[in-house]
Design a protein around this ligand. Sequence first.
Ligand code: TYM
Length: 256
Amino acid sequence: MLNRAILNTFQNLVVNLHIIFKAWYIFSQRDLKMILDAVEAKKKFYLYTGRGPSSETMHLGHLIPFIFTKYMQDAFDVPLVIQLTDDEKFYWKNLKLEEANRLAYENTKDIIACGFDVNKTFIFSDLDFAGSCKEFHKNVLKIRKSVTFNQVRSIFGFTDSDPIGKISFPAVQAAPSFSNSFPQIFGERHDVPCLIPCAIDQDPYFRMTRDVAPRLGYLKPALLHSTFFPALQGAKTKMSSSDPNSSIFLTDTRLR
Ligand code: TYM
């Protein structure tokens, strides 16, 4: 959990504690201490977050990890990679590949509007980058070889009738956690620590990633989890693009 002690260490390293922290929206962490130790030792880390482009625009809930990531990039002046999983939405939703890719570009406009440092931010679609970058692809293959069907079935609940695309996808979401997936940023270095801000629903991907990392000789990624921004239906539900009535989208018009 994110306890007072680790929050105090964090607070000593930043100028202001973000309201998302103060309101305990970020409620849990994995290995945050590794990142804080790196900062104290004047070593760099990098941030990794993402979006699965399933709708024309993002909703207010999606902004929580992105606003928080922007705060972290400003506070620590570090590189950031943002993955748009058009391949994931092609497998999971009733979307043509070209349409999922188009949505990735539409959602990128919302992401850019958060104001990330243009010189330190790499935003990529899986379709356009993950398939064409040899080093990224090598990591995907290594992860796929190290995780069994049994493991992904128990983590993600896959069944015998799921397409093999779904079963092999988690390796693609795991690969950006390892710095040598991005040779244009980190060269051959595989030891730059990674911190992933996301809501708690993404944790299964990164439990798998953390499990496999030592077997590949890589560092486990650290995580900061946020809770869910509620749906319009009430505090106990989650704002979700699958139910447009639950969400305020970034392109919705103002009520007069
Ligand atoms: P996606 O598109 O479902 O969600 C994007 C990010 O928003 C978070 N999120 C929320 N946060 C607060 N309140 C909500 N109601 C809410 N709904 C969604 C998600 O946890 C996520 O952080 N597979 C991923 C894309 C992805 C990714 C990543 C996300 C690829 N690599 C690395 C985070 C980190 C997805 O479909 O996210």
